[in-house]
Write a protein that binds this ligand. Structure first.
Ligand SMILES: [Zn+2]
Length: 273
């Protein structure tokens, strides 16, 4: 029997908060652990109010960022939302949080916000490699024109399921508008784009053992995608660089074509755009 199945259950927590609008004290009903192998999974994926505090005094709605460990025993994934940047996720901290379990057979990630946590769960349970998702996310945003970035800010740009039925391996990129908070643009990540991204980047990711340790909480975000690509280019020898440039050019061309129907001509690296 899986030890975690008896130990790891959803644990609720009341958090005292002071309303940023009216300053009055209130109590937010939150979660410090979520069993992703229960009805709570759907709530995390679909219920935006789960992490919102409605101030009973002034009516203001506030997003409450708090630590929460999400474990899905069926899919063997764990995501620890840890807004506190000073908290170090050591093996001891993990054992303490999971009542002795190390999650050593789990793919483990940590995030900084609820939004990032939800997105990470979507990426990981889709069956796609979440690192490839972040690389696609980074590459696609770089194709957004400078003047459009204010309208489509990076902070609200994210990955989501492409269909309401949350079909595996069907993901999309969502660009939310800054002027109309409920409106955005959705672009489906096609099979071809996933395939090309995997061909170009998977061998590079697998070549770095520290990126592939199960049971170790790591953060793979948009910023990670950017750094990874920059490091790959920086580490390449002169001879390899030509080959990487050719591959990256092909990948960027595929990104533009598959996502936005753009025809991007490869440019030399000094040109930049
Ligand atoms: Zn208030």
């Amino acid at each position: 029997m899986d030890i975690l199945s008896s130990r790891f259950i959803t644990k609720e927590k009341n958090i005292h908060i002071s309303c940023p609008a009216c300053r009055r004290e209130g109590r937010f009903h939150g979660f410090e652990r979520i069993d992703g192998d229960s009805f709570m999974r759907l709530r995390v994926l679909t219920d935006g109010s789960l992490f919102m505090y409605d101030c009973p005094y002034c009516g203001e709605t506030v997003r409450v960022e708090a630590p929460c460990l999400y474990v899905d025993k069926k899919r063997k994934i764990a995501v620890w939302n840890m807004p506190d940047r000073t908290f170090e996720i050591t093996p001891e901290a993990v054992r303490k949080e999971t009542d002795g379990e190390t999650l050593r057979l789990y793919e483990c990630r940590f995030t900084r916000t609820w939004g990032e946590m939800r997105e990470k769960i979507v990426e990981m349970e889709s069956g796609m490699d979440d690192r490839l998702c972040e690389i696609i996310k980074y590459g696609a945003y770089n194709l957004v024109k400078e003047e459009d970035r204010r309208l489509l800010p990076l902070e609200s740009y994210h990955i989501d399921y492409a269909t309401d039925g949350r079909e595996p391996k069907k993901l999309s990129l969502v660009f939310m508008r800054s002027d109309k908070p409920d409106e955005g643009y959705i672009y489906t990540i096609t099979d071809k784009l996933v395939e090309v991204t995997r061909d170009v980047f998977q061998p590079l990711i697998e070549g770095v053992p520290s990126l592939n340790e199960k049971g170790k909480f790591q953060r793979f975000s948009y910023d990670w995608g950017q750094k990874f690509i920059e490091q790959v280019i920086a580490a390449a020898s002169q001879k390899e660089r030509q080959e990487y440039n050719r591959l990256l050019g092909f990948w960027i061309h595929t990104l533009g074509k598959e996502l936005f129907g753009m025809d991007i001509k490869p440019v030399d690296e000094k040109n930049g755009n």
